[in-house]
Design a protein. Structure first.
Length: 192
């Protein structure tokens, strides 16, 4: 049985590769617009399942399709990927000196029987208070622009993180222990 990552995210692929998984990648672009009144957790659960279903419809043979979507939540509001430099700056200013939640929705579909699992993993992340110059230099690095909440914990923004509570890999974009557990529930047995 093969594993298919329904994503082109280099971060998710690196997490899986470093953990010894063998997989192929297929793109899974879906409309990520939140529905009116949709909570951040419901949003990422819906998006992960939509991505998994999209790829499962194109996949052949026995396989497990794995999809994920990550969002940063601050005071009940979802902070996705920034749409501009001003948007990224605003997100970083909001996160400065505060604790926020990172939610990743994970969906797995086993083929050909379509048995599936969907879960949400949450990690709390605390930021140091950022100076204006910290934010400007981080923006100039280019790193914030394709990341939920406008930062990458595994990159330059790691220096801003004072504490995490929960799964580190969840903040990177793929909660590895949860994924492994769900894969095993679906009969995955690939050795290291």
């Amino acid at each position: 049985m093969k594993l298919i990552l329904a994503s082109t995210s280099p971060r998710r692929a690196e997490v899986l590769r470093a953990a010894g998984f063998h997989f192929q990648m297929l793109s899974s672009a879906v409309d990520e617009t939140p529905m009116p009144g949709e909570s951040p957790q419901d949003l990422i659960r819906r998006l992960a399942l939509a991505k998994a279903n999209l790829v499962a419809a194109r996949a052949l043979g026995p396989a497990i399709v794995l999809a994920a979507d990550t969002v940063v939540e601050l005071e009940g509001r979802a902070l996705g990927k920034p749409s501009s430099t001003d948007d990224a700056r605003s997100m970083l200013e909001q996160l400065s000196g505060r604790t926020h939640a990172v939610h990743t929705g994970v969906a797995l579909i086993r083929l050909p029987d379509a048995e599936h699992r969907v879960a949400v993993e949450t990690t709390l992340v605390s930021f140091a208070r950022l100076e204006r110059q910290d934010i400007l230099e981080y923006l100039a690095s280019g790193e914030p622009f394709d990341k939920a909440g406008a930062y990458a914990i595994q990159g330059r923004a790691g220096r801003f993180i004072t504490r995490i509570e929960g799964c580190y890999f969840n903040v990177v974009g793929l909660p590895l222990a949860r994924v492994d557990s769900l894969l095993r529930q679906l009969g995955w047995s690939e050795a290291f």
